[in-house]
Design a binder for this molecule. Structure first.
Ligand code: LLP
Length: 430
C-alpha cells in the first residue's frame, strides 16, 4: 500500500492506493452505498480545526460559539456541543436546532440584523447567553419584549469597526456601507442608551468583520478599534464582561494561505495582553474554519459534451447543492475519486456544470479532467455554506449526508424524497 498523501489543506482526505479516502474510508464506497450527490464530512477534521482554536486560547477564559449557519446539520452541532462549544445563531430556527442537538442554551449568542419579537421571546424564554444587538432600534424593541416578560435581556452591541477584511464584497460585513452592526462613532451613545433601558443588561461587546479572511491585519486593526471603544465605554461607567471577536477566519480553497487559528490568536492575544485586556472573558464565533475543509460533495459524471468554445462535464450535483460558485464566483477544487482520473479517457479542459436550467449553474470552470460518464468526482471544501445554503430549485431533493469517524460512517441525513418537497402544498379544491 502506498503512503497516503493528504490533499493540500485537507489533512483527512488523501489517495490511498489510488482511491480517494476520507479518514480510513474510500469515498467511492460511500457513493456506492448512499448514491450521489452526497456530502461526506470528517469528524477528525472538525475536531482538529476546533483543537487549533483551543490551543490558541490555552490558559485563557474563552467560549467558542460555533457559527452554525456554516453547517447546521444536527449531528455536526451535536459534535461541537459535546466538545463544550456554544453556538452563534441567527434565527429562531437555528435556536431550535441547537436545542434538538443537545446544545447548552446559556452558551448561545444570537446575532443578526432582523430579529423578530417572536424570536426574541423564544430566546429569552430559553435563557440564551447573549443577544448581539445590531442597531439602536433593536435595543428598544428587545428591552420592551424583556420587560413584558418580566426579565432582562443580556446584550452585547455589534460594532461596525469600518475595516476592510479584503474578501469578496458579499461576505465582508464590517465596512461602513454594510448593513451590519452599529457605527463605531455611535457605539458609546448606543451603550449609554442600552444601559438606561429597563429590560437590558449590558454584558459584552462584539464585532464580526467578514468571512473567508486570509490576512491577520484586519483582525488586528479591528481589535485596536474595539479596545479603544471598551476603554471609552467602561470609562463612562458601563462594565463589559466579555469581548467577542466574531468569526471569519478563511480556509484553503485554491492555494489560499490563511493563518492557523492558533497563530492568529497568538498575535491577537499579544495585543490584548499589551493593552491590559488579556485576562478578560473572550468569545469567538468561527464557522467556516471549523467545518469547511472537513467536507466534500461527491457527484457522478452524467455526460461529457464537447463544444466549439467549451467542453462541458455535466454532473449530478448542481447550484442548488453547491451554491457558492454561482453566488460568489467561488472556487472549489474538483478531484476524481480514482487518482489521475479515468485511464481510458483523455484529459480535457471542462466547465463542470449541473443539470439545473440556469447558465449560472456551474461548479468549476476550466478544469483539467480525464472523465467518462459514470465516473465520480469530489468537490472539495464543501463542509461550510454548501448543504446549509442548499435549495430545492428545479424540485431537486437535497442530498444525504454522512459523517465519517475513522473507519465508521454514520448517515446523519437521509436523502430527501420528492414527496418531502411538496408535503406542505395542496391543490385547490374544485
Ligand atoms: N458571526 C457572525 C455574526 C457572522 O455573520 C458570521 C458569518 C460568522 C460569525 C461566521 O463566519 P465564518 O467564520 O464562517 O467566516 N455564505 C458565505 C459566508 C457568509 C458568512 C456570513 N456570516 C460563503 O459561502 O462564503
Amino acid at each position: 500500500m502506498t503512503t497516503p498523501s493528504p490533499l493540500p489543506g485537507h489533512p483527512h482526505i488523501a489517495y490511498r492506493d489510488d482511491a480517494l479516502c476520507i479518514e480510513s474510508l474510500p469515498l467511492a464506497d460511500l457513493a456506492r452505498e448512499h448514491g450521489t450527490p452526497l456530502y461526506v464530512y470528517s469528524k477528525a477534521s472538525m475536531l482538529s480545526a476546533l483543537a487549533a482554536y483551543q490551543r490558541g486560547f490555552a490558559g485563557r477564559k474563552v467560549q467558542i460559539c460555533y457559527a452554525m449557519k456554516a453547517n447546521s446539520s444536527l449531528a455536526v452541532l451535536q459534535l461541537f456541543a459535546q466538545k463544550g462549544c456554544g453556538f452563534d445563531i441567527v434565527s429562531g430556527g437555528e435556536l431550535q436546532r441547537v436545542l434538538a442537538a443537545g446544545g447548552d442554551p446559556r452558551k448561545i449568542i444570537f446575532s443578526g440584523v432582523g430579529k423578530t419579537r417572536a424570536e426574541m421571546r423564544e430566546a429569552l424564554a430559553t435563557g440564551i447567553g447573549c443577544f448581539n444587538v445590531e442597531s439602536e432600534s433593536e435595543l428598544d424593541v428587545l428591552s420592551e419584549v424583556a420587560v413584558a416578560m418580566g426579565t432582562r435581556a443580556p446584550i452585547s452591541i455589534r460594532v461596525n469597526p469600518n475595516v476592510d477584511p479584503k474578501t469578496h464584497p458579499y461576505i465582508s460585513t464590517g465596512l461602513k456601507g454594510n448593513k451590519f452592526g452599529v457605527a463605531h462613532e455611535r457605539t458609546l451613545q448606543a451603550y449609554q442608551h442600552a444601559a438606561s433601558l429597563p429590560g437590558l443588561q449590558v454584558v459584552g461587546i462584539d464585532f464580526h468583520i467578514g468571512s473567508q479572511i486570509t490576512d491577520d491585519t484586519p483582525y488586528l486593526d479591528a481589535t485596536d478599534r474595539l479596545l479603544d471603544l471598551v476603554q471609552a465605554i467602561e470609562g463612562a461607567g458601563i462594565p463589559l464582561h466579555h469581548l467577542d471577536f466574531g468569526g471569519g477566519l478563511g480556509i484553503n480553497y485554491n492555494g489560499d494561505t490563511p493563518p492557523e487559528a492558533d497563530a492568529l490568536w497568538a498575535k491577537l492575544l499579544a495585543k490584548l495582553d499589551a493593552r491590559g485586556y488579556g485576562d478578560r472573558q473572550f468569545m469567538i464565533e468561527p464557522g467556516r474554519s471549523l467545518v469547511g475543509n472537513a467536507g466534500v460533495c461527491l457527484t457522478e459524471v452524467l455526460y461529457v459534451k464537447p463544444g466549439e468554445q467549451k467542453n462541458f462535464c455535466i454532473v449530478d450535483a448542481a447550484m442548488n447543492d453547491l451554491p457558492r460558485p454561482a453566488m460568489y464566483q467561488a472556487f472549489h477544487a474538483i478531484v476524481p475519486l480514482q487518482a489521475g482520473g479515468n485511464a481510458a479517457a483523455q484529459e480535457q479542459i471542462y466547465d463542470v456544470v449541473g443539470p439545473v436550467c440556469e447558465s449560472g449553474d456551474w461548479i468549476g470552470r476550466d478544469r483539467a479532467l480525464a472523465v467518462q460518464p459514470g465516473d465520480q468526482l469530489a468537490v472539495l471544501s464543501a463542509g461550510a455554506y454548501c448543504s446549509a445554503m442548499g435549495s430545492n430549485y428545479n424540485t431537486r431533493a437535497r442530498p444525504a449526508e454522512v459523517l465519517v469517524d475513522g473507519s465508521a460512517s454514520h448517515l446523519i441525513r437521509s436523502r430527501e424524497t420528492v414527496t418531502d418537497l411538496f408535503r406542505c402544498e395542496q391543490l385547490v379544491k374544485a
